[in-house]
Design a protein around this ligand. Sequence first.
Ligand SMILES: [Fe+2]
Ligand SMILES: [Fe+2]
Length: 307
Amino acid sequence: MPAEQAVRLSFTVVVDNNVDIFLPSSGPLRYPSPGPQSMLLGAQGFSAWLEVEGPGGETTRLLYDFGRGGPALLNNLRLLGLDPAQADYLVLSHGHIDHYGGLRDITEAYDIKAPLITHPRTFGERGVKKPGGQVAGPWVLDREETAAWLGARPILADSPTPLGPGLWVSGGIPRQSPRDVLWPGGLRREDGQWQPDNLEDDQALVVNLAGRGLVVITGCCHAGVFNTIAAAQAICPGVPLYALVGGLHLNFLDAAQLEGVVAGLLEENPGLVLPMHCTGALAQQTLRNRLGARCPFTTVGMTLALD
Ligand SMILES: [Fe+2]
Ligand SMILES: [Fe+2]
């Protein structure tokens, strides 16, 4: 077996917009159930715990994104029995507050030893263009402040970076697929002026899982679904997509545009699509209708276990 493959993966949703404790666990998906886990909190944002085992039994543990801040992250980590002090890495997908907002909270609540890996363009002032033209924001992630929270400077990665056997953070994702319709609402303030933001800091996690294929994990997927899949396949040439997991940011697409995404995904023929967070209710419903059992429901507290 090539050293660049993983043999086992466990992915647990720590923060997501949706909580449902009445979903029946089946196959590789274990859902939370009534009892203490009834206290899991949903919140606008995303955070996931990932464990990836290599062929020699070595396991890489990481927390990918940190929710928006507020009680959800710490509450859910505790209820799910997850300990960020055991992480080998913290990875931030991009510089939006619904992904970095809880970072300071975990540095205060846990003895974090892991480095933070993110893209150099993650830092700065971001905003969102609202339908009437007003600007929401700014939300600011400052590099020096982040280093002070962590007690260490973030590791800045703008190209694919291996984190363990069969596990990479993608680095910046080229925009080349004509299938992707990119979100036009992002803004970045530079020299006091709001500018369109192409979210070049957006990064995915890529797992090359032996016997299955690529598991691509996204925060908001601002780079686009097909660009992100292509970036994963540039890291692992010739390996087919097995699973697409995370926020897909399709919430602004109309029905015809969503059909284009579905058609493209059907061509990729994934075994599993788990659309979460910012994917949007209509997009989630469309994906479930068209992909059937390959697109199960998602919730905070869900664990996907694959080997
Ligand atoms: Fe988001
Ligand atoms: Fe985002």
